[in-house]
Write a protein that binds this ligand. Structure first.
Ligand code: HSE
Length: 321
């Protein structure tokens, strides 16, 4: 059996939702998996092709192996081909995409014994926090928290007019390093500030209210501490604001900065790129849309629909100021 899975990139935190909220975006990694007569064969094309290991230490293989063990399936041999469009170690959920891709492909190979919620529990356990893996699985914006001994997820549809532009610096920032700078205790008023902003963000998304969404994009729990790791971060935010963004946040653990816009807006990205350049940082800009489907299998109609939409977006340069 040949399995083909596609997984979206994700932008975690969305400002105040540190470690609990994330949005899937239309940038994808694909996993092609088949059972063979023996051994392990892995090939990689695209992002990370020079650095991603091709042996048993490969993350996609490792999570697939864990799923097989948990469901009691013993493949004779495995062949993986990984086609990656998500930049590695940039705060766009490439490791979550590997985890979700490996789990979803392995699950399909042995007849889908686990539900998406069961895959979420394993993925969150592997990643350590659910804010990237949940939207990679379900699409849209997902808020995940553990309560009464299990994970609870709330999936929200991003407003139809919401678009983003990512300024992706050409340097890597390992998540571990970006978490090391965070304090273990924070002032009470900062905790209250973020709790209120997550509530506002959730309400804004439920109502499709872009003005409140824009107001909710503020954070005091991680961005201020991480800012020194990203040269020019305050100036990039200011440049995007001046160019008409709804708000700009650090994507996940960084270093990518994501500006939210009403409709696709390349100009906001160009201003962010200029602000990074003034601090000696080269960056690539990508206009993005929310992904609403999450992990998808070959043969589902949504694969072609999403790709068509993406092509339209990359060509769109009109801003709604
Ligand atoms: N919520 C995580 C962080 C995302 O900000 O560190 C990175 O995986």
């Amino acid at each position: 059996m040949n399995v083909h899975v596609r997984v979206p990139a994700t932008t975690a935190n969305l400002g105040p939702g540190f470690d609990l909220m994330g949005m899937a975006v239309d940038l994808y990694n694909e996993v092609f998996l088949k059972e063979t007569d023996g051994g392990l064969h892995i090939t990689v094309e695209g992002e990370g092709a020079e650095t991603i290991p091709l042996d048993e230490s490969n993350l996609v293989y490792q999570v697939a192996h864990r799923l097989f063990r948990e469901v009691g399936y013993t493949p004779r041999g495995l062949s993986f081909h990984l086609k990656n469009d998500i930049p590695v170690t940039r705060g766009l959920g490439s490791s979550s995409a590997a985890v979700v891709g490996g789990l979803a492909a392995a699950n399909r190979l042995c007849g889908d014994p686990l539900s998406l919620l069961e895959l979420l529990a394993i993925a969150a356990d592997i990643e350590g926090h659910p804010d990237n893996v949940a939207p990679a699985l379900f699409g849209g914006v997902v808020l995940t928290t553990e309560a009464k001994g299990r994970l609870h997820t709330v999936r929200l549809d991003p407003p139809p007019e919401l678009a983003m532009v990512a300024a992706i610096p050409e340097f890597e920032l390992p998540t571990a390093l970006s978490r090391e700078v965070l304090p273990s205790l924070v002032p009470r008023q900062d905790a209250i500030f973020n709790a209120a902003h997550v509530a506002l963000m959730t309400a804004a998304l439920m109502r499709g209210d872009l003005e409140q969404f824009s107001a909710a994009l503020a954070d005091r729990l991680h961005q201020p501490y991480r800012s020194p790791l990203i040269p020019g971060m305050p100036d990039v935010i200011a440049a995007a604001d001046r160019a008409g963004a709804l708000g700009t946040v650090l994507s996940g653990a960084g270093p990518t900065m994501i500006a939210f816009t009403e409709g696709p807006c390349l100009r906001v990205g160009q201003e962010m790129q200029r602000a990074f350049a003034a601090h000696g940082v080269d960056s690539v800009i990508r206009v993005l849309l929310p992904d609403r489907e999450g992990v998808a299998y070959q043969g589902k109609e949504l694969i072609s629909t999403q790709q068509d939409r993406k092509q339209d977006t990359q060509q769109e340069i009109v801003c709604h100021d």
